[in-house]
Design a protein around this ligand. Structure first.
Ligand SMILES: [Fe+2]
Length: 197
């Protein structure tokens, strides 16, 4: 097993170790994952180099999962300039970390009663940088691969299996209607396959 496979295995172990309890310490998980990635960007090894060079569009790969406490660990590959819609995470807590390349993340706060979204901030994540959110239905974000030429890779840890989530689109405003209304659409998170870490 090469050095990079060990790194991927270590990242999965950290996610499983920190992802326990009602409210896992996501900041601590993000720091621990980030410090490993800063030491060794895990791209060149088997598995990930395949994803890095893939020209197959946006993909989710399962790196690990556990039922109790529920957790899933995924690696996603982002084609150049690819961006997601504004989306939630099905009520799960989550940590999303850049492994290779850089992402822009726009965070929103969602009012669950009215489907209004309030823009909070914009962050840029380089390798080892993370964004995280607690369980609940108030967080949403949109992410974009900042590179126009290169595939980005990210690591995602969620407090369960993210089979379904919602994507949000601004609703066309009719006269007399409230501004800032968003239409939610259910999405199914397809898994491209399992990674051996
Ligand atoms: Fe996300």
């Amino acid at each position: 097993m090469g050095k990079h496979s060990r790194t991927i295995k270590t990242l999965r172990e950290i996610a499983l170790e920190y992802g326990v309890g009602e409210q896992p310490d996501l900041a601590a998980m993000a720091r621990a994952l980030g410090s490993v990635i800063h030491k060794d960007t895990p791209v060149a090894g088997d598995g990930l180099s395949k994803l890095h060079h893939a020209k197959r569009g946006f993909q989710r790969w399962l790196l690990g999962e556990r039922n109790k406490p529920a957790i899933s660990v995924l690696i996603m590959s982002w084609p150049p300039n690819y961006y997601t819609p504004v989306h939630d995470h099905g009520g799960l807590w989550g940590v999303e970390v850049a492994l290779y390349g850089a992402l822009e993340v726009e965070s929103y706060e969602r009012e669950s009663a009215s489907n209004a979204l309030r823009f909070l901030r914009r962050d840029w994540l380089g390798p080892g940088d993370a964004t995280w959110f607690d369980a609940g239905d108030t967080h949403a974000h949109r992410c974009r691969n900042l590179s126009r030429h290169d595939t980005a890779l990210t690591l995602h840890v969620y407090g369960g299996q993210l089979a379904q989530y919602s994507a949000y689109e601004p609703a066309a405003q009719q006269p007399g209607e409230q501004a800032n209304q968003w239409l939610a659409q259910t999405q199914h998170a397809a898994i491209a396959g399992r990674l051996r870490g």
